[in-house]
Design a protein around this ligand. Structure first.
Ligand SMILES: Cc1cc2nc3c(=O)[nH]c(=O)nc-3n(C[C@H](O)[C@H](O)[C@H](O)COP(=O)(O)OP(=O)(O)OC[C@H]3O[C@@H](n4cnc5c(N)ncnc54)[C@H](O)[C@@H]3O)c2cc1C
Length: 457
């Protein structure tokens, strides 16, 4: 820590808009560097997609989240927050429904018995996983579609049965645009050479959010919730925030830590807005239903559902990692559906969605929920997964939208990493480094001169 390098009377105040993990991690890094921060969130609580909900069976995460051993930025943050002793790694399996038949897909032996594919294709699938994923120049995969690459590595039949459905599940019809680099990152993210394990914190993401919020307060970050900023504009010097009530405030800089669409709304037709609009990309949203039941559903954390006549694409049973005791002895089963924000599911009644998905779950697992569903809920989020297209690496939005005053920190910049708390923390760390050096340069212009002066001497 080198707070002492920035004299307090010279401190800049930075407004961070968006209190999801990107905004919280940015605020944390800036505050630790001695920069004064105001964190502004439009919801009543911090957390963004990591928000939880007080249900009758206990507090649950609205969306399932797990931590992987390869999540080095997130694990670093947990370390700084003294939470590592709560990370309890568990073996977690993957299931695969194809035409209503359930398979386990965790071992080479499972693959040999994977009846959704003819035997020769099962071998091809194994070869692809062992050999095809090894890439000496993964960056070249940005220039071809995932479909083209997957067909080459795994063959047409594996693509038709497995990969097309998995890509479609996440991106809908836009799957044809997705670069091979994205799927390669996705497939290699979970591999660190050891057995496949995952973790959740006891109490879910709320445990991390609460601890981080406490640290932010301790570091002097001003946190504003239910805040309604309607415009952000670069002015000389700094940045001006206009609230929907008309109040105007000045800061030295602002970080927009939210999806591109809401960031564009704030920037309007300003120069920064026009800069960002050149990088706008579509997002998939998500609609997921959660069921709390007395019995477990299966033995897997995640089960893909393909070609099985149901309206969702996957099932996640978080109590494979979390302790059912935290939910009054209930097991938590999430079913998810990735769709764009304009999809009718966003307007449909919760009860209709949860009843329909429950019936469909029962068609896959006859007898599921027989001893009663203790509680069910439906949660939606409009901006979850940026929909990338071939060549996206060179089209990622910049960190700086207006020189020295407006910065962007969101998931559209993390490609080829996949959207996760880990990659958001990593992105925030990069941005903090940049802002620190810019603030230091402004406070100590002489510092930049030193090397040249030394040379003169
Ligand atoms: C179903 C699902 C499963 C997932 N599973 C995992 C997983 O297993 N592991 C993992 O690591 N990640 C997972 N993720 C991804 C992860 O949740 C996201 O990548 C991450 O939360 C993005 O964080 P963010 O801060 O960039 O954005 P967000 O969480 O969207 O935060 C943006 C914040 O900005 C606020 N905001 C918006 N507009 C304004 C405004 N005008 N003024 C002030 N505030 C504003 C919003 O209210 C929000 O709080 C999952 C996501 C979903 C939906």
């Amino acid at each position: 820590m080198d707070n002492h390098e920035l004299p307090s009377e010279e401190l800049r105040r930075v407004a961070v808009l968006g209190g999801g993990i990107s905004g919280m991690a940015t605020a944390f890094g800036l505050a630790r560097a001695g920069i004064a921060v105001t964190l502004i969130e439009s919801e009543a609580s911090l957390g963004g997609l990591g928000l939880s909900y007080e249900s009758p069976v206990g507090r649950i995460d609205r969306f399932y989240h797990c931590i992987l051993p390869t999540d080095r930025h997130l694990l670093g943050l947990l370390e700084q927050l003294d939470l590592m002793d709560q990370v309890d790694w568990k073996r977690s399996g993957m299931g695969f429904f194809h035409r209503k038949r359930r398979y386990s897909l965790n071992t080479p032996w499972d693959l040999l018995r994977f009846g959704a594919l003819p035997f020769a294709d099962r071998l091809r699938m194994g070869w692809g996983t062992l050999v095809g994923l090894r890439q000496s120049r993964p960056e070249a995969l940005d220039d071809i579609t995932a479909e083209c690459w997957l067909r080459k590595v795994f063959g047409d039949r594996c693509f038709e049965v497995v990969w097309r459905a998995l890509l479609q599940a996440k991106f809908g019809d836009a799957y044809q645009e997705i670069p091979a680099l994205w799927i390669w990152s996705r497939l290699t993210r979970e591999k660190d050479g050891g057995p496949e394990v995952k973790a959740m914190l006891p109490g879910g993401l709320k445990t991390l959010i609460n601890r981080l919020e406490g640290e932010l307060v301790r570091l002097g970050v001003e946190i504003e919730k239910k805040a309604h900023v309607s415009a952000v504009e670069a002015v000389e010097p700094g940045v001006q925030l206009t609230e929907s009530g008309g109040r105007v405030r000045r800061f030295d800089a602002a970080v927009l830590a939210m999806a591109t669409r809401p960031a564009l709304k704030l920037l309007g037709d300003s120069e920064a807005g026009r800069t960002l609009s050149r990088f706008e990309l579509p997002y998939q949203g998500v609609v997921n239903a959660v069921y709390a039941t007395r019995e477990p559903l299966d033995r897997f954390y995640w089960t893909a559902v393909v070609d099985s006549g149901v309206g969702f694409q996957g099932i996640v049973e978080t109590t494979q990692l979390a302790d059912p005791k935290d939910f009054g002895g209930h097991h938590l089963v999430y079913v998810m559906n990735y769709v764009p924000a304009e999809h009718p599911l966003f307007a449909q009644e919760d009860s209709e969605i949860s009843e329909r998905y429950l019936t469909e779950l029962k068609s896959l697992y006859p007898g599921f929920g027989e001893s009663g569903v203790g509680w069910s809920g439906v949660f939606r989020a409009p901006y979850v997964e940026p929909v990338y297209s071939v060549g996206y690496f060179g089209r990622r939005p910049p960190e700086v939208l207006a020189t020295d005053s407006i910065y962007l920190c969101n998931t559209s910049q993390i490609y080829p990493d996949i959207t996760s708390w880990n990659s958001c923390v990593g992105r925030a760390e990069q941005l903090v480094k940049r802002i620190r050096s810019e603030v230091r340069a402004a406070c100590f212009p002489g510092e930049l001169m030193q090397p040249a002066q030394q040379r003169l001497v």
